[in-house]
Design a protein around this ligand. Sequence first.
Ligand code: NAP
Length: 274
Amino acid sequence: MEFKELVKGIKVPVIGMGTFGIGGGMSPDASHDKEDIAALRRGIELGMTHIDTAEMYAKGHSEEVVGESMKPFDRKNIFITSKVLGTNLRYNDLINAAKRSLKRLKIEQMDLYLVHWSNPDMPLKETMRGMEYLLEQELTRFIGISNFSVKEMKEAQSHLDKNKIVTNQVEYNLVHRNPEKELLPFCQKNKIILTAYSPLGMGRVVRMKIPLLDALANKYNKTPAQICLNWLISKPQVIAIPKASNIKHVEENAGAVGWKLENSDIEKLNRLAV
Ligand SMILES: NC(=O)c1ccc[n+]([C@@H]2O[C@H](COP(=O)([O-])OP(=O)(O)OC[C@H]3O[C@@H](n4cnc5c(N)ncnc54)[C@H](OP(=O)(O)O)[C@@H]3O)[C@@H](O)[C@H]2O)c1
């Protein structure tokens, strides 16, 4: 696995694992837990030790499945991110939500806790005070946000006394380029990690059969999914969290690292208009 620096001295794998759909969709469904746990464990073995979950996913069951999948491994070798719902952003609600997540994950401390979505009805200052409390109490090692604009990010940071927002998790993939306009340059300039969610466009990017992707897959003897992920992580400050329940997909995604696209091919993908 390859890593990028989250903060000085702390590194995260460039490819991690998403878990939306694991443990159920919008409500819990335990019928695929066994396969999902096996997929997550295989991914951890292959070095995709950053696991992204949220209290929203399967109404908490996704976190329970993640907790179960970690059991055979040394906790300190796994990097767990979870997220608080946009409706739990009041000071006490946020702290209680984080404690419930810890309980479901069966861990003492999360590595990273994110505000899942901004909510104009909740004062951001109060939310960030809650996030700082979690840091003080060592309930999480780092904090961040998700789906925030640059303006919202700056505002969130302005409410923090001594701590840093270490990531903004946003949708970013070959066919969804919004972050390239403002957010990615901002993160690169300020050395903040941009975590790319839906890095395969929920699988759509692979299903679209884009000729350039197929050609590059042929050239590098890789798969289209591996080309998509390698292109994302070729960008400074970007890490990705593809979700895969299928073990073959897990193995494929882990194989998106350890080699590099040539600059001219990165340029071609940059220019791709789909
Ligand atoms: N912060 C937010 O608001 C937010 C929003 C969306 C997502 N996320 C996070 O980001 C994670 C990833 O995003 P996502 O789940 O939306 O989409 P994604 O990772 O882009 O795509 C997942 C889909 O692609 C398939 N897939 C995975 N690897 C593949 C491969 N190598 N070849 C072909 N198909 C492959 C998966 O199938 P199988 O499962 O069958 O293997 C699944 O159907 C989420 O799980 C979640 O943790 C965060």
